[in-house]
Design a protein around this ligand. Structure first.
Ligand SMILES: Nc1ccn([C@@H]2O[C@H](COP(=O)(O)OP(=O)(O)OP(=O)(O)O)[C@@H](O)[C@H]2O)c(=O)n1
Ligand SMILES: C[C@](O)(CO)[C@H](O)COP(=O)(O)O
Length: 290
């Protein structure tokens, strides 16, 4: 795989025009998707990396990469891996011919370290401060195109945004009381959302937030939004509409739900269905000619 030359301006207008003329909005800055696949899946099965598990007949990491490959407005993809999955992820990328994947890099011990590794790589590559960076969990395979588009659009107005899904349950914030948890406060339900990904940022903003956070060794955020909220409190983070289907595969129990979603998506994809019909017709015609 060859690394993209970030010195050269990305002509994403051209990409957009070539790939989806009817719907795509032209981009004047790079739009980089960072697909985080460097986790160890301790809650799933550490001996069976969840990012490589197949749902709907396709490895989870492939679903995620394809979501960004399919979006004409995304110019580049960076995939972050660990040593356990690197070989397999690289071979999937080569087999599937994902053309926007510029580089596969090593992540770190925690999610935040994996994001930091991607940001360091992008900085070293000279990406401009106004580039749009979309950071996505590889293990959220069913991210919708509307969520990706919404994230890119949100960055025209905001420096940071996260896909999130309104909570249908009332959320309880707790504190410790001895060995027990007790309720500290109950936020109004309409103000509570479940964080999803992609979480998106102008490059200079997320870089600055991470630079500030790096001075604090006790900071272990589980997502990138928190890095901005805690370290750049004056920067509003916009909410982009997520969906129940943008689930995170966390434990083995999530697989049946994921299979159901995959089946629905595959079953109702009109393009996929048209392709399958065409293949069947071609195979039939080839059979008749023999
Ligand atoms: N050091 C890490 C940890 C997580 N991730 C990625 O961040 C996403 C969300 O993480 P999570 O589901 O919590 O995955 P794991 O860390 O793999 O799982 P666990 O917490 O159960 O070990 C996943 O796509 C995962 O691969 C990562 O790139 N690097
Ligand atoms: C980023 C995230 O997916 C938002 O919901 C999540 O925080 C990832 O890690 P977690 O450790 O499973 O919360």
């Amino acid at each position: 795989m060859t690394e993209r030359d970030y010195e050269t301006a990305v002509n994403t207008d051209e990409v957009a025009a070539n790939e989806a003329p009817a719907t795509a909005k032209a981009q004047t800055v790079p739009v980089v998707a960072v697909v985080l696949a460097a986790g160890f899946g301790t809650r799933f099965d550490p001996d069976n990396p969840k990012q490589l598990v197949s749902v709907g007949g396709k490895p989870i990491v492939c679903w995620s990469i394809e979501a960004f490959e399919r979006c004409a407005r995304v110019s580049d993809i960076v995939v972050v891996v660990n040593s356990k999955v690197r070989e397999e992820v690289e071979s999937l990328i080569d087999q599937q011919g994902y053309g926007k994947v510029r580089v596969v890099i090593d992540g770190g011990a925690e999610r935040v370290d994996s994001t930091a590794a991607a940001l360091d790589m992008l900085a070293a590559a000279g990406i401009p401060g106004n580039a749009k960076i979309l950071i996505h969990d590889a293990v959220r395979p069913f991210v919708a195109q509307q969520a990706i588009d919404g994230s890119i659009d949100a960055l025209d107005q905001f420096k940071a945004a996260t896909v999130a899904y309104a909570s249908t349950d009332t959320v309880l914030l707790t504190r410790d009381l001895g060995d027990l948890k007790v309720v500290k406060s109950v936020p109004d339900r309409p103000n509570t959302f479940r964080a999803q990904t992609p979480q998106s940022f102008r490059f200079a903003t997320i870089r600055q937030a991470y630079d500030l956070a790096s001075a604090d060794p006790d900071f272990h955020p589980t997502d990138d939004t928190r890095v901005v909220v805690d370290y750049l409190p004056d920067v509003p983070v916009a909410i982009v509409s997520g969906a129940e289907t943008n689930m995170k595969i966390t434990t083995l129990e999530d697989i049946p739900t994921a299979e159901r979603i995959a089946e629905q998506l595959e079953g109702f994809d009109p393009k996929e269905a048209a392709r399958a019909r065409m293949h069947a017709l071609l195979a039939q015609a080839a059979g008749q000619m023999r």
